[in-house]
Design a protein around this ligand. Sequence first.
Ligand SMILES: [Zn+2]
Length: 329
Amino acid sequence: MKTVSLVTLGFLLVGCDHSGGQSKTGNEPQVPADRPQGDRWGKIIPEKAEFHAASDVPQSQIRLTEKWYKVAAGAWGNYGPLEFWIVGKDEAAAEELDKKYCALRKRKDPTISLRHYRNREHNLVSYAKEGNAGLNTRRNEHGQWSGFIITMSAKFPGPGEEDYKPVVLHEYFHVYQHAHIHSRNEGKRESLNQKHPWWGEGGAEYMAQLLYSRQPGVRPGYLGEVMRRKLNSLKDLRDGENIRDIPYGPRGRIAYDLGAWFIAFLVHKTSEEAYLKGFFEDLNARGFEESFRKNFGISSENLLKEFHNSFLKLNLQDKMRIIPGKKNG
Ligand SMILES: [Zn+2]
């Protein structure tokens, strides 16, 4: 289980397409910035997610994915439009699904180039080969369609692994984060979610594991086990290194793991309400730093200092005190 989790995270680093992965078709007419009238980005919507699966994906996996999407949307609100694309291990079946994917992209946004989609590097066949889960957020100044695309696969994690469930929640928390950033400008979107993984990945990982740990049937010690395992990354943090400075890439896992701890620390010091509601609601109008200060009463720099210089220096037992136990169930 431990090895599997580490492998999963390794693949997540590669597979989460946080750049947006948009097609830049060049001379298309520009859509007005931010949220024009009729654009429901960031609003809770009644439409449920769409599910598309390759022919070798069992119904049980589609139902499992749908179940955990519903848990996430029930807890954090139903944002979208959202599509799930699920592949199995059969590469030919994944290729068939990829054709459907390209056709649907073209139908939803006729301005995009189909050739770009067919030639893209990380397509559904690569998910069949390599496994992994990922979110692709589409919202930019060039395309007409804004929305979220989550890809799930048959391994790292597979539907038989417990990890599959919190990973669906993790990907959905990215939907929540990105739904709260209205701008279509890539630079602005990146600054509000932070370029490096400590904030966005830390938040998605901690909130996913926290929500999962509260579900009926999940063992009481679950969250403690998972968070304790993430502390293994402490040994890879260099002297005086700040998690904020670690980019996606080979050392990204340190920022995923300790970023999750940073969000646990932040929520412990303030509240889930301040993080989930306060911070995200103020983010567009005030920007990252001002929303941080307003809702948490401290600058991000100072809280990071406190996290590195005081909290991370505590012994294991004292660190574990901030991880909430299961109240019931
Ligand atoms: Zn992620």
